[in-house]
Design a protein around this ligand. Structure first.
Ligand code: SF4
Ligand code: MG
Length: 316
């Protein structure tokens, strides 16, 4: 069986105004490759502005690639995806408040996609809405309620239920718990785990929070200035990161094994308008060598891992 999501050599640019009448294309995602296996939860991490949301949006079909392609179940997606293809990948966002219509009750919010996209017969809509509510751990008492009467966690559950209404194979969650209190976030993460088990959902979990990724994901991909610089199983990467950038990110995460408080401060990433030559991480890399300033590192693959760094597996 082919993978639910395969991203090949994907580049996404956006225009940035550089003067009164001038604009320039800036790379948001640069020749990214990424594959999601069925039923896995893949974490996509990196600093804000590194392109992870744009990559997520391109996978859902909300951002248009400049080159490269996204395949769903082995089939290349056309520029305009037909509804049957669009339904298969759904996105949930950090702020469900802004993605839910404030005038609609929970029932109306969940009934709409059932009627519009699944052609559910009228007498089946009610039972199906109740079933969806149950799946996300909400009770019947929420049916007539509007978003402002719900807590942040409840709103995120409604947003997840709405995504599930169209029976997707893949969920792209962009900072989906970042705005929630720790205990509420934990409950929503448990829900994602449970849905993966129950429905066999494949999840791309976009987050800047590595501790959360560690607890939730099977694999992780690390993005830096538009490129995926490292990818592999979560346990392996957290135990021994292969890329200096991953190292620095992990050093900032409190953990049982690492008592060291914070790593070397990274400072601000370079502007995507002025991408450094060679390895893009070299101006901030504690391990940079002369060749890093001039030559982009190759991607080295070993086992289930890949690392784009001149020093990867050197001397091993
Ligand atoms: Fe650092 Fe060089 Fe590796 Fe880039 S290629 S991450 S600059 S050591
Ligand atoms: Mg983002």
């Amino acid at each position: 069986m082919s993978e639910p999501i395969r991203v090949e050599n994907l580049t996404v640019t956006y225009a940035v105004r550089t003067g009164l009448l001038r604009s320039r294309d800036v790379l948001a995602v640069d020749r990214a490759d990424l594959t999601l296996a069925r039923g896995e939860i893949l974490g996509l991490v990196g600093e804000s502005g590194c392109g992870k949301s744009t990559l997520g949006r391109a996978i859902v079909g909300h951002a248009r690639p400049a080159s490269g392609r996204v395949l769903l179940d082995g089939l290349p997606t056309p520029r305009r995806r037909p509804p049957g293809m669009r339904r298969r990948v759904q996105m949930i966002y950090q702020d469900p408040g802004s993605s839910l219509d404030p005038r609609r009750t929970v029932f109306q919010t969940l009934a709409e996609p059932l009627r519009a996209h699944r052609a559910v017969p009228a007498d089946q809509v009610g039972p199906r809405v109740r079933e969806l509510l149950g799946m996300v751990g909400l009770g019947q008492e929420h049916l007539r309620v509007r978003p402002r009467e719900l807590s942040g966690g409840q709103r995120q559950r409604v947003a997840i239920a709405r995504a599930l209404a169209v029976e997707p194979d893949v969920l792209v969650a962009d900072e989906a718990v970042a705005a929630l209190d720790a205990s509420v976030a934990g409950a929503v993460l448990n829900l994602l785990r449970e849905l993966r088990e129950r429905l066999g959902l494949t999840v791309l979990f976009i987050s800047h929070d590595l501790a959360t990724v560690r607890g939730l994901c099977d694999r992780v991909a690390v993005m830096y200035l538009g490129s995926i610089v490292e990818e592999g199983p979560v346990a392996e990467i957290f135990a021994s990161p292969g890329h200096p950038y991953t190292h620095v990110l992990l050093d900032a995460v409190p953990s049982r094994e690492r008592r060291r408080p914070g790593g070397a401060p990274l400072g601000e990433p370079p502007s995507p308008l002025h991408l450094p030559p060679g390895c893009r991480f070299h101006p901030r890399c504690p391990a940079a060598e002369e060749r890093c300033r001039t030559t982009a590192p190759p991607e080295v693959r070993r086992g289930g891992r890949r690392v784009a760094c001149h020093l990867a597996y050197e001397g091993v």
